[in-house]
Design a protein. Structure first.
Length: 135
């Protein structure tokens, strides 16, 4: 499998275009990475919320705060980067596929902007949780 990917990559670089099979594989993998990142961020924020509501945080605020801030920042920046990569892969679509209804609609999806919106939502949730911890 890996040797096939290398052969396709060399051929694509020689022609100065991305092989569409390779693009489709990268796009599918990137989509799954985005879903994994969203799941990790969601579970982290839900867990933090449950800890804040039901846990005794007396003297342990900094531990929860540090974990929440690190996961949120790394996850948000990672989500922005993954959605940007996804948009770049969409733009590598060849002309033949771009002319179809599927191609036009797929290229019209503002995935990179959605990544920024989701990151802002997670950052806002983290700020609300931090205010709850220290109030």
């Amino acid at each position: 499998y890996f040797s096939e990917v290398l052969i396709l990559l060399k051929y694509s670089l020689w022609r100065n275009i991305m092989n569409q099979d390779l693009r489709a594989k990268f796009q599918t993998n990137t989509f799954y990475y985005i879903l994994i990142m969203l799941c990790v961020l969601t579970v982290t924020h839900l867990t933090s919320t449950l800890i804040i509501i039901f846990g005794d945080l007396e003297g342990k605020e900094i531990v929860i705060t540090g974990t929440l801030v690190m996961i949120t920042l790394i996850g948000s920046f990672g989500l922005i980067r993954l959605t940007k990569n996804f948009k770049l892969l969409q733009n590598e679509m060849d002309d033949e596929l771009s002319q179809t209804n599927f191609g036009r609609e797929t290229k019209a999806i503002p995935v990179d902007r959605l990544g920024i919106v989701f990151s802002i939502l997670f950052l806002g949730n983290a700020v609300i949780q931090l205010v709850s911890i220290y109030s």
